[in-house]
Design a protein around this ligand. Structure first.
Ligand code: NDP
Length: 445
């Protein structure tokens, strides 16, 4: 890392103790930014990096609610409003027991650069709670969401901060959150949340967008090397929103997705994952992946273990952060891996990224490869602002155009800075310069 940036990085780490994922995300971005500061001394003079690492506002709040047995439960809610240089804060809400301030800050920090790369007018933010939705009834989910919004509503708005979904927050949760926001504010403010239901202000393609976008990005990387998805053997981690739609898109392009996972285990289906059956189990019945193996012949279920033990030519990590480590990366590379696109946020450890880059494996980092979700959220905001709703085909065309644009911007930036094919460098520099220029133009903010 550039020595000037290392000093700033060390100060950021010391000021934010115990936030391991945030430290990791900051370090990974700083490692790319040395050459930018040679060309732009004004960024150092204006203390852009120091400002960028300090969120504009951080909100932590109590979320009390009552479970079905009548017991009082207390969770912790977060919203980190990181950077609004390019537009209102924008980023999802995560409901998972692992959520803490460091995780929300890593996600919010990544979101700044991701949103800048989309070319849409959106700043970066993220939020969530340590609430565990697993095994909770619809009524419990609703009561939790209502309590969460009873505090959050005073901090958000279509011109201020626009949350969406993430792990544990899908259409059902966004519905409960929107209903409570409307009730408290007495405003039908469609643009305050994205990921809404289609009949009440949502956008077609939003549910598919992150997974589809990840595969579109991967297809562009493959194309740049004269290859395609056709005939590839793909392994996907996760079996939630991003994973399911990545599987569907990869198979529509001629790949065979032979495995996917949840936090309990993984399935191996050499014939290719049956997406309709997977959707039925995970989205309709809210069941576990184990049931997929029970309902389909010639499928193995592996309890525990890692889906990265399998061989693949393309890997799409779509579950959670730091799920693919250096050892797994080395094994995948030895066994013929040619490309990785991150559907999840920071799923590859720093060691894994280094292995992929040293081996010349195509590697699309999450802040570029999974930007299709937030980009389509911005398209939802556009439709809400004009009180319009677009067709599936039109919205999908826009998504494709945006993902191809992100790929090309990352590739061109990597080339401009003398490291062609390094999408990590391209994404970090491409996103950073846009935000840094806007911050300097807006004065000391
Ligand atoms: P979902 O809640 O729909 O699915 C998450 C999936 O990952 C589930 O299969 C879940 O398994 C698994 N998972 C979650 N946490 C862990 C863990 N600690 N260990 C192992 N497996 C785990 O979430 P999404 O699909 O929306 O999100 C997946 C990833 O994509 C996240 O990193 C998210 O930040 C990122 N992302 C999502 C976007 C979106 O539009 N939804 C946009 C951009 C990025 P189980 O059911 O067993 O918990």
């Amino acid at each position: 890392m550039d020595a000037r940036l290392e000093v700033i990085r060390d100060t950021v780490l010391a000021r934010n103790p115990g936030e391991g994922e945030f430290h990791q995300a900051v370090t990974e971005v700083f490692e790319s930014l040395g050459p930018v500061h040679d060309r732009h001394p004004e960024f150092l003079e204006g203390a852009v990096l120091e400002r960028l690492c300090e969120p504009e506002r951080q909100i932590i709040f109590r979320v009390p609610w009552v479970d079905d047995a009548g017991r009082v439960q207390i969770n912790r809610g977060f919203r980190v409003e990181f950077n609004s240089a390019l537009g209102p804060f924008k980023g999802g809400l995560r409901f998972h027991p692992s959520v803490n301030l460091g995780i929300v800050k890593f996600l919010g920090f990544e979101q700044i650069f991701k949103n800048a790369l989309t070319g849409m007018p959106i700043g970066g933010g993220k939020g969530g709670s340590d609430f565990d939705p697993r095994g909770r009834s619809d009524a419990e989910i609703m009561r939790f969401c209502q309590s969460f919004m009873t505090e959050l509503y005073r901090h958000i708005g279509e011109y201020t901060d626009v949350p969406a979904g993430d792990i544990g927050v899908g259409g059902r949760e966004i519905g409960f959150l929107f209903g409570q926001y409307k009730r408290i504010t007495n405003r039908y403010e469609s643009g305050v949340l994205t990921g809404k239901g289609i009949s009440w202000g949502g956008s077609l393609v939003r549910p598919e967008a992150t997974g589809y976008g990840t595969v579109i990005f991967a297809a562009e990387m493959l194309k740049a090397r004269g290859q395609s998805f056709d005939g590839q053997r793909v392994v996907v981690s996760g079996s939630g929103n991003v994973a399911i739609n990545a599987i569907a898109k990869a198979q529509s392009l001629g790949a065979t997705v032979v495995a996917c996972s949840d936090s309990s285990g993984y399935v191996v289906d050499e014939a290719g994952i049956d997406v309709e059956l997977l959707r039925q189990i995970k989205e309709v019945e809210r069941g576990r992946l184990k049931e997929y193996a029970a309902r389909r012949s010639a499928v193995d279920y592996v309890d525990g273990g890692s889906v990265w033990d399998l061989d693949a030519t393309v890997a799409l990590p779509c579950a959670t952060q730091n799920e693919l480590d250096g050892e797994a990366a080395a094994r995948l590379v030895r066994n013929g891996l040619i490309a990785v696109a991150e559907g999840a946020n920071m799923p590859s450890t720093r060691e894994a990224v280094a292995v992929f880059q040293q081996a010349g494996t195509l590697f699309g980092p999450g802040k570029a490869a999974n930007a299709g979700g937030v980009a389509t959220s911005a398209l939802e905001m556009q439709q809400n602002a004009s009180r319009d709703s677009w067709s599936f085909a039109h919205t999908e065309d826009r998504l494709t155009e945006i993902m191809v644009g992100i790929h090309d911007r990352c590739a061109a930036t990597a080339e401009e800075y003398g490291d062609p094919g390094n999408y990590v460098l391209g994404a970090n520099i491409g996103g950073f310069v846009k935000v840094a220029d806007a911050m300097l133009a807006q004065g000391l903010i």
